[in-house]
Design a protein around this ligand. Structure first.
Ligand SMILES: Cc1cc2nc3c(=O)[nH]c(=O)nc-3n(C[C@H](O)[C@H](O)[C@H](O)COP(=O)(O)OP(=O)(O)OC[C@H]3O[C@@H](n4cnc5c(N)ncnc54)[C@H](O)[C@@H]3O)c2cc1C
Length: 470
């Protein structure tokens, strides 16, 4: 299996998440001999434990949220005897659906890879040098493979703290949530970044009491501050207990529950605790030093904008690199690696144009420049913020929280970015992303018809507000 046909590129992809499987599909399309080694399931953490499961859980949580608000839109949800009807989240069923869906998605990807000619190897790979990969198959077979190009796309795993060791039953990482047989009575979420905020939002909507422990001044410290404030207000007004500037010092099991001790000595008791305190790249023990691949102090592989590592012929993409940890970015970085390695047309990764979303209620979607870079004087931009409370469609749908924020260049009016805080903001950010990518001006955006009434009407209203007389 290790004889390398010099007439053909042999690409070995290590890790079959979005970075790896998208890269493998491109390499196969470009005629390379492609092998993908995956130690778990293709689709990776993105499909099996992270993106797909969390967004499937959130889909159910959204429906529960709508059910709770049904009465305000004129729907009588009382039972025959006049008692308030209660929708209950059956977590065992919800989790079974999530796991079925994730597994089916993994099967779909497997089929797509196989039918495009990628050879799949179920096993663990390590680097022997910059042209050789050692494989231990699950079956026990061991061998080495030569390659002209190696792509490392091994992803990351949840960070665990010695002071809060997950036990898989009461103290949990996000990968362990889908084994819960019933809804936590009181879930304490440690960490108020994107992952912590999304699960806090979802479990609260499903009916758990939720305490969100945030070491920072406000939730989502990395996001637009106005957006984070709207979300935190919405969380509190729905009854979530948000503990700001509260660092969790220790989490231990206490009988059938958990005890979280904060750094200032306060104690919070709950039934379960979710630790959402970041990720660690899966680069340890991968043999990167054998190939001379440079890694950062945090263990992330150092790459350039076409996914090259410090070693010729060895590329890396996705969460194991120091690039933005998003599935969409991982997939693009993987494709770029193969376009570059196999000599196709390629443009370097443009992180400024990445649209991202926090799947809370309401959602927060962003693209392009940030308010912080404007406030810090890093960029020069004009900005306008239009609240959704004046949008006719929002009123009809009972949406009270949210806004559209748009940034443009002062002289030319070209769109530099935006923030949307709304239900389904992930869908609404696209016109702003298109405008940014194609250097459209706010006038071009404003002159594009928006449906009336629609939430996207607020995007065109924001663009109109940024018009400057010629
Ligand atoms: C809770 C949560 C929700 C998220 N939601 C979103 C979202 O909504 N949208 C979004 O864009 N991003 C989201 N992300 C981020 C997203 O999950 C990651 O950016 C994405 O998974 C990165 O893809 P990857 O290919 O780098 O790695 P992964 O998906 O982690 O895949 C890596 C694969 O490599 C395999 N592997 C590791 N080592 C070896 C080895 N030595 N040999 C063989 N195989 C190996 C692993 O088994 C794994 O299958 C979320 C993350 C989390 C934690």
């Amino acid at each position: 299996m290790n004889a390398l046909d010099p007439s053909q590129n042999r690409v070995i992809v290590v890790g079959g998440g979005p970075a790896g499987y998208e890269a493998a599909l491109v390499a196969a399309q470009l005629g390379a001999d492609v092998m993908l080694v995956e130690r778990g399931h293709v689709g990776g953490a993105a499909v099996l434990t992270d993106v797909v499961p969390s967004k499937t859980l959130i889909a159910t949580a959204e429906l529960m949220g709508q059910f709770r608000e049904a009465e305000s839109l004129g729907i009588d949800v009382r039972a025959e005897d006049g008692a308030p009807a209660a929708a209950r989240a059956e977590l065992a069923g919800i989790n079974a659906r999530i796991k079925r869906l994730a597994s089916a998605q993994s099967d779909d990807i497997r089929l797509a890879l196989v039918s495009s000619g990628v050879k799949l190897i179920d096993g663990t790979a390590t680097l022997v040098d910059n042209r050789t990969v050692s494989v231990v198959e699950h079956s026990g077979n061991e061998y080495q493979l030569d390659a002209t190009t190696i792509l490392i796309s091994v992803g990351a795993h949840p960070r665990e703290l010695d002071s809060a060791k997950p036990d898989g039953e009461r103290i949990l990482t996000w990968t362990q949530l889908y084994e819960l047989p019933e809804l936590p009575e009181h879930l304490i979420v440690v960490g108020s970044g994107v992952t912590g905020a999304e699960f806090a939002s979802a479990y609260h909507a499903l009916g758990s009491e939720v305490t969100l422990v945030s070491s920072r001044e406000r939730v989502l410290p990395g996001e637009d501050q106005d957006a984070a404030e709207v979300l935190e207000r919405a969380f509190r007004s729905r009854g979530m207990n948000v503990l700001s500037r509260s660092r969790a010092a220790e989490v231990v099991r206490e009988g059938d529950g958990v005890l979280v001790t904060l750094a200032d000595g306060r104690k919070v008791r709950g039934s379960h605790c979710l630790m959402a305190v970041g990720s660690i790249p899966n680069t340890e023990g991968l043999g990167l030093e054998n190939a001379g691949v440079q890694v950062s102090e945090s263990g992330h592989i150092v790459v350039d904008r076409v996914s090259r590592t410090s070693v010729p012929g060895v590329y890396a993409a996705g969460d194991c690199t120091s690039v933005l940890p998003l599935a969409s970015v991982a997939a693009m970085a993987g494709r770029i690696a193969m376009w570059h390695a196999l000599g196709d047309a390629v443009s370097p990764l443009k992180l400024r144009h990445v649209a991202s979303n926090v799947f809370t209620a309401p959602e927060i979607a962003t693209v392009g420049v940030s308010q912080k870079s404007l406030d810090d004087g890093v960029i020069d931009a004009e900005v306008v913020r239009v609240p959704l409370s004046t949008n006719a469609r929002a009123k009809m749908q009972g949406i009270e929280d949210g806004f559209v924020k748009l940034f443009c260049r002062p002289a030319s009016g070209s769109v530099l970015g935006g923030v949307v805080v709304a239900p389904k903001a992930s869908e609404l950010i696209f016109p702003i992303a298109v405008a940014l990518e194609n250097r459209l001006t706010v006038d071009q955006l404003a002159n594009t018809f928006a449906v009336y009434p629609s939430l996207s009407g607020s995007i065109s209203e924001a663009a109109r507000k940024l018009h400057r007389r010629a």
